[in-house]
Design a binder for this molecule. Structure first.
Ligand SMILES: Cc1ncc(COP(=O)(O)O)c(C=O)c1O
Length: 384
């Protein structure tokens, strides 16, 4: 049990469900991300953190710079609370926030929007009512096309140097905009655990293809405008993405918390810094204990990998027939026989920040100290 015993002792007075962050593990995870980025600054993926105190704590550490935000209302909120250099990781259609951005020169100087088509540019222009100059980054498709297959996520239609340069020229030709960056998110490298030789092969192949294409795209766009940002990567690809000299920054968030989807990578293993506690409320049969709550299933393809994992006591697993339940979660295993009503079972979530949409506060354990950190949800913020 180790750390779980300590968490249980330090948080015994709390009523479950509640979430715990181990701050020492969080700091060690931050250090490991910095080591892996090998001198390339890390932009923090806020969707994978969703707690302002922890975003700030990471930003204060050497090696981190800027935030990758997932929603423009979030970016405005962070900017107004003093966060500088915020890159939207995704396009936005939020008209109210676009209006506010265009009317707020200070926020506009801190925030860069992400687009991948002239239609996005037209949309932003139509929504903007103010005169603040809007910074723009171009999202470039970083997937691998091989054997007629698309390996990676469905994001941007921009792929070739000439596609990207054509859109760059449109941005640069309009005084309402300033072209500041390009981004390449190689999800098929960063987001895939190394579970088979085929996956490792795809990753190597994709890294080689992208290194060539990324360089050519950046050269083409630099003919149009100087670039402050060439962003790439995620927690799962830091060493590969930062190895390309054209990349000015890498992104990471999940590696700070170490959720289960990051348990099976060959070259790194984040510590399990985040966990949540559930109470045993019933003992329906030998070797089965039923917990209150717990059905926190992560986004993505609806597969087993998205289910939470009982972490302590060891040897427990979810039941295939019930999974993680809406109000009750049965767990099975020999150690269930030692569990009594009111005992605690510790769970790990599959993804990182998404889990915090369930909790208003994080109970932050640091050695023998415990404090409370408010999550986005606890601040009344929900950005979708
Ligand atoms: C654009 C972009 N960059 C980087 C990341 C990596 O985030 P993390 O480090 O939390 O895996 C993501 C995650 O989906 C992303 O969408």
């Amino acid at each position: 049990m180790g750390d779980f015993d300590r968490y249980a002792r330090l948080t015994a007075r709390l009523d479950a469900p509640y979430a715990v962050i181990d701050l020492a593990a969080f700091r060690r995870n931050a250090d490991d991300l910095v080591r892996r980025a090998a001198g390339t600054p890390i932009r923090i993926a806020s969707k994978s953190v969703r707690c302002r105190a922890l975003i700030t704590a990471a930003l204060e550490r050497p090696g981190f710079h800027g935030v990758m935000s997932y929603a423009l209302p979030e970016a405005l909120w962070l900017a107004r609370n003093g966060v500088d250099d915020i890159l939207l990781g995704y396009p936005t259609t939020h008209r109210t926030a676009l209006r506010e951005l265009s009317e707020d020169p200070d926020a506009a100087s801190r925030i860069t929007l992400m687009i991948d088509s002239p239609e996005h540019l037209g949309y932003v222009k139509a929504a903007a009512t103010g005169t603040a100059r809007i910074q723009i980054c171009l999202d470039v498709d970083a997937s691998l096309r091989i054997f007629g297959q698309h390996l990676g996520v469905r994001r941007s239609p921009l792929r070739t140097p000439s596609d990207v340069a054509a859109l760059a020229r449109k941005v640069a030709a309009d005084d309402a905009f300033e072209l500041t960056g390009v981004m390449f998110y190689e999800a098929q490298i960063a987001g895939l655990p190394d579970t088979s030789p085929a996956v490792r092969w795809v990753k190597r192949r994709s890294a080689a293809e992208l290194a060539d294409r990324r360089g050519a795209v950046v050269d083409a766009v630099k003919q149009v405008a100087p670039l402050r940002i060439v962003n790439s990567g995620g927690t799962g690809s830091l060493e590969i993405s930062s190895a390309d000299p054209v990349v000015t920054e890498v992104t990471a968030g999940s590696g700070l918390y170490g959720p289960t989807l990051f348990d099976k990578y060959d070259v790194f293993q984040p510590e399990h810094a985040m966990t949540y506690a559930l109470d045993v409320v019933r003992r329906p049969a030998p070797r089965i204990a039923t917990l209150f709550g717990g059905g926190y299933v992560a986004s993505g393809p609806a597969k087993k990998s998205r289910l939470p994992l009982p972490a302590a006591p060891s040897g427990l697993k979810l039941l295939g027939t019930e999974g993680a339940g809406e109000v009750q979660t049965p767990v099975q295993g020999q150690s269930a026989d030692r569990l009594r009503i009111g005992d605690r079972v510790w769970m790990r979530y599959a993804k990182a920040g998404e889990m915090l949409e369930r909790f208003d506060v994080l109970h932050a354990v640091d050695g023998e100290d415990v404090s409370e950190l408010v999550t986005y949800r606890g601040e009344g913020k929900n950005f979708g």
